[in-house]
Ligand binder design. Structure first.
Ligand code: SF4
Ligand code: SF4
Ligand code: SF4
Length: 287
């Protein structure tokens, strides 16, 4: 925990913070993994504090006003009424709002419950607490304007740093929108689809250096779909690899279901095409 007094007596005195951008980092419903990603920049974190006025970061600071931010970075999704009130207040008090991580950007795994019956997960819920009033789990941009997205579960720590430094310098980095496959191939990996693993790299925005595939795991799509994804082709490829529609739909919905509202329709349409031209579309574009 950064003690307010320590920080004021130390580095902040050498660099008066008045002209520095005011930054707030907040978490709503989430696991705090995204906020940890910021802290994991341990080699650069003190330089960062020299660059900005870290006005609020309740995860590590004692005193945390919730107003007057140049940039407000929010982790987590909206899952209860308190979250909703909080993000509305933060939006009103910030020039720029950043969604940090998959929960904030897409709803991530916690939003998956929108696609299943309550009886399937009810037994996993915490005991009902009065102060928690459930709302439909949704990403932040379902409720307030978001100016920038830093995707991933968790997001890449260097990308967070690059964004903050870029924003301070007036050069906000462009979002990475090429598929994970690009970095995967650059890293010399063999394609996991070839060995029958259901990799979503072709439709997922990279920028993570294909970290999962480097470690032998398929991409689950945590950084969200690319803008020009070829969803029907991806479905065809997975079908051709022997995965059934239930599996494909569940896998695609795990991290980004709420950002794929067209999924069911595309699956139905492509399955009708597959019935008409039995076997053929499933072979298109195999890697
Ligand atoms: S995106 Fe992942 S790491 Fe971040 S809060 Fe959600 S579950 Fe945790
Ligand atoms: S499908 Fe997956 S394993 Fe194959 S190249 Fe793309 S990211 Fe890599
Ligand atoms: S490889 Fe896929 S699942 Fe893994 S971090 Fe990158 S986008 Fe997320």
């Amino acid at each position: 925990m950064i003690k307010e007094t320590t920080r004021k007596k130390g580095r902040a005195d050498a660099n008066p913070s008045k002209a520095k951008p005011l930054i707030g980092v907040f978490g709503i419903t989430g696991c705090a993994g995204c906020q940890l990603s910021i802290i994991f920049n341990e080699d650069d974190i003190l330089d960062l504090i020299d660059l900005v006025d870290l006005r609020a970061f309740p995860f590590i600071k004692e005193v945390n006003p919730e107003e007057h931010f140049d940039i407000c970075i929010i982790e987590g999704l909206v899952a209860d009424k308190g979250d909703l009130e909080r993000i509305k207040k933060l939006r009103g008090n910030s020039k720029m709002v950043v969604s940090l991580g998959a929960c904030a950007c897409t709803g991530c795994v916690p939003a998956y419950r929108q696609f299943t019956l309550k009886e399937n997960y009810e037994h996993l819920l915490y005991q009902k607490m009065e102060e928690i009033q459930d709302v439909k789990p949704t990403p932040i941009d379902a409720h307030i304007k978001v100016d920038y997205y830093i995707p991933g579960c968790p997001p890449d720590k260097k990308q967070i740093l690059a964004f903050i430094k870029g924003a301070v310098a007036g050069r906000i980095p462009k979002p990475y929108d090429s598929p994970v496959c690009i970095e995967c191939r650059q890293n010399g990996n063999a394609c996991l689809l070839d060995v029958g693993k259901p990799c979503l790299g072709p439709i997922t925005a990279g920028g993570c250096d294909a970290v999962c595939i480097n470690g032998g795991f398929e991409c689950w799509g945590c950084r969200g779909p690319t803008k020009d994804m070829h969803l029907d082709l991806m479905i065809d490829i997975l079908r051709a690899k022997g995965f059934d529609d239930r599996f494909i739909q569940d896998r695609m919905r795990t991290f980004v279901g709420l950002k794929l509202p067209m999924l069911e329709k595309v699956m139905k349409k492509t399955s009708e095409v597959n019935v008409t031209f039995k076997g053929m579309p499933a072979q298109r574009g195999l890697p």
